[in-house]
Design a protein around this ligand. Structure first.
Ligand code: COA
Length: 535
């Protein structure tokens, strides 16, 4: 494969200024991340530790193999909502390696409202289970939760993707041969009792873990019976009397060790075969991405320059380099894994869609995971393009992406606007992971375009009734819309709502993608079958 020849001058004032601005953005992101990772109030953290319990992230560190990374997902879930009283939405999820096996870990953070579940906590838990299901990753539930966050009951209980979905997922995954292990390290109350009960194997910690359908206050109110939590559903009860749990642990550390031992008993499953090569660092320093990554989305970025700093040896086997240059397609390797890359390099035209659809077919036929690098304002508009059938050709691209059954990974490095988001494997297209760079933006269209559309609609309405808007009214409306889109379009807003799986530092991109690809090999890629392409 040939190496991409970078055209970037890293000494240019433009590069240096972009880098400075990007590092500023990155520092803001790192500060927020550190704040969120502190968990709840210092008092709640202290109380938790006084009980001899480890914090959720400490538990995970101890569970995964030493010197292996833990890919934490959606750390900024619920950020900027609920007065920031739910850091990480009160639950830590991610992919880690246990005895050499990738696993999906879900750990309640009991320092956050007793580990209870509000709307975003539920969404994050279910997203983690979806990742486990898609990739056939064994699940470990480190349970320490008071169940439903009762004030939010209307948002968490009754719907398809409510609390009940956890147990449906556990049953389905268990049936698919995906191990479900629960470690009860605190409360499992009411519906939460099913988290261990629905698991294949359950570990419970002495004087700490409890499992009951109704806690002591409820029992007293219902029957008048007075009972302590330990007598009602502690470790002794469930490992000796009820059989709800299988393994008795002295403390958190012991429970985690038992869980690791359980992993040694799993059947070794056939993985998807890929032609994996030795890892090669990119020829161009990934830190140069700070000088290249778009800070101002109006400024075009040559996506070859991004690819050159993500892929092994900066080597890229480009496909149709001379044709439809507003999309860049080609094969490369990331940390030794073969990948197909589809990167935006401008607006999408008919021929761009056809080139990309063709390339998706190549990747699916060659069992090669696809990386989508999004920086897309959308499809080209205008009479000429509509007459040329851009909707028909765009549909081919969307159809190919929707049906390609090789693992897809999406990184938004710039903007993600309009139907381009769909074609480039946005969330609805089930990429195995969807990641954002801190500077990236996502919304149905850019703020400027939305403001123009809404002002035109308003002016047309008023004109019909013989009225008009003053310049000041137009300017106020424009500012209002711009501000709304600026706020709602940010990567933080997206991550808070779990529209993505997390924000990543550009230099970590290749490692995170590689972890995603490694995890995806746990489930052999199913064959791809397309439907009817509109010709
Ligand atoms: N809904 C809403 N808030 C809850 C809650 C619930 N189910 N359970 C606990 N909380 C809140 C508390 O109000 C408190 O909030 P604050 O930090 O704003 O003061 C915080 O979580 C911590 O609760 P606290 O009781 O002080 O902590 P703890 O560690 O001693 O006990 C629990 C945690 C979960 C064991 C205990 O609060 C409890 O048993 N909760 C009720 C559980 C229940 O019956 N759930 C049924 C839901 S289906």
């Amino acid at each position: 494969m040939f190496r991409i020849e970078s055209k970037i001058d890293t000494t240019s004032p433009e590069f240096i200024s972009n880098k400075e601005k990007y590092i500023e953005l990155l520092n803001k992101y790192k500060k927020i991340l550190a704040e969120v990772k502190k968990g709840s109030s210092p008092r709640a953290v202290e109380k938790h530790k006084e009980r001899g319990k480890l914090l959720a992230r400490e538990r995970i560190d101890m569970l995964v193999d030493q010197n292996t990374p833990f890919l934490e997902l959606s750390t900024l879930a619920a950020y900027g909502t609920h007065n920031n009283e739910f850091p990480s939405a009160g639950i830590i999820t991610g992919i880690g390696v246990i005895h050499g096996q990738e696993a999906l870990i879900i750990a309640n953070d009991a320092t956050v409202k007793g580990g209870t579940y509000m709307k975003d906590t539920i969404k994050k838990h279910i997203r983690a289970q979806d990742i486990a299901f898609e990739n056939h990753l064994p699940c470990v539930y480190m349970v320490d939760s008071g169940g439903v966050f009762l004030p939010d009951q209307a948002n968490v209980f009754p719907d398809k993707d409510g609390f009940g979905r956890f147990f449906f997922n556990q049953a389905r995954m268990s049936a698919a041969g995906i191990p479900q292990i629960a470690i009860v390290m605190g409360s499992c109350t009411a519906g939460g009792a099913y988290m261990p009960a629905m698991s294949d194997e359950v570990i419970i910690v002495k004087n700490q873990g409890t499992i009951f359908i109704g806690g002591p206050p409820l029992v007293k109110a219902a029957t008048g019976e007075e009972v302590t939590a330990e007598e009602l559903g502690g470790a002794e009860v469930h490992t000796v009397i009820s059989g709800v749990a299988d393994h008795f642990a002295e403390n958190d550390q012991h429970a985690i060790q038992i869980c690791r031992n359980i992993f040694q008993t799993f059947e070794k499953k056939e993985k998807q075969k890929l032609d994996i090569a030795p890892i090669e660092e990119p020829f161009y320093d990934p830190e140069e991405l700070y000088g290249i990554a778009p800070v101002d989305l109006r400024k075009p970025v040559d996506s070859h320059e991004i690819i050159a700093r993500i892929v092994d040896g900066s080597k890229f086997q480009e496909f149709k380099a001379r044709y439809a240059p507003t999309i860049v397609t080609g094969f490369a390797r990331i940390m030794g894994f073969p990948v197909g890359i589809i990167a935006n390099n401008g607006v999408i035209f008919s021929e761009t869609s056809l080139k990309a659809a063709h390339f998706v077919e190549l990747c699916a036929a060659r069992n090669t995971p696809i990386i989508f690098l999004q920086n897309i304002t959308g499809f080209m508009v205008g009479k000429q393009y509509e007459h040329g059938g851009i909707a028909r050709d765009g549909a081919k691209f969307v159809h190919a992406v929707a049906n390609a059954n090789v693992p897809k990974f999406t990184l938004v490095f710039g903007g993600s606007f309009g139907a381009g988001n769909y074609a480039m494997s946005g969330r609805a297209y089930e990429p195995r992971l969807l990641l954002m760079w801190p500077s990236s933006k996502i919304s149905v269209m850019g703020g400027e375009q939305a403001a123009n559309v809404l002002i035109t609609v308003k002016q047309d309405q008023l004109r019909a009734s013989g009225k008009s808007m003053t310049e000041e009214e137009i300017s106020n409306l424009r500012n209002e819309i711009l501000q709304k889109y600026e706020f709602e379009g940010s990567a933080y807003f997206s991550s808070s709502r779990i529209w993505d799986d997390g924000i990543v530092d550009p230099v970590d991109t290749r490692k995170v993608l590689a972890m995603g690809i490694a995890a995806s090999l746990n489930k052999p890629f199913p064959p791809t079958k397309y439907g009817i392409f509109r010709m």
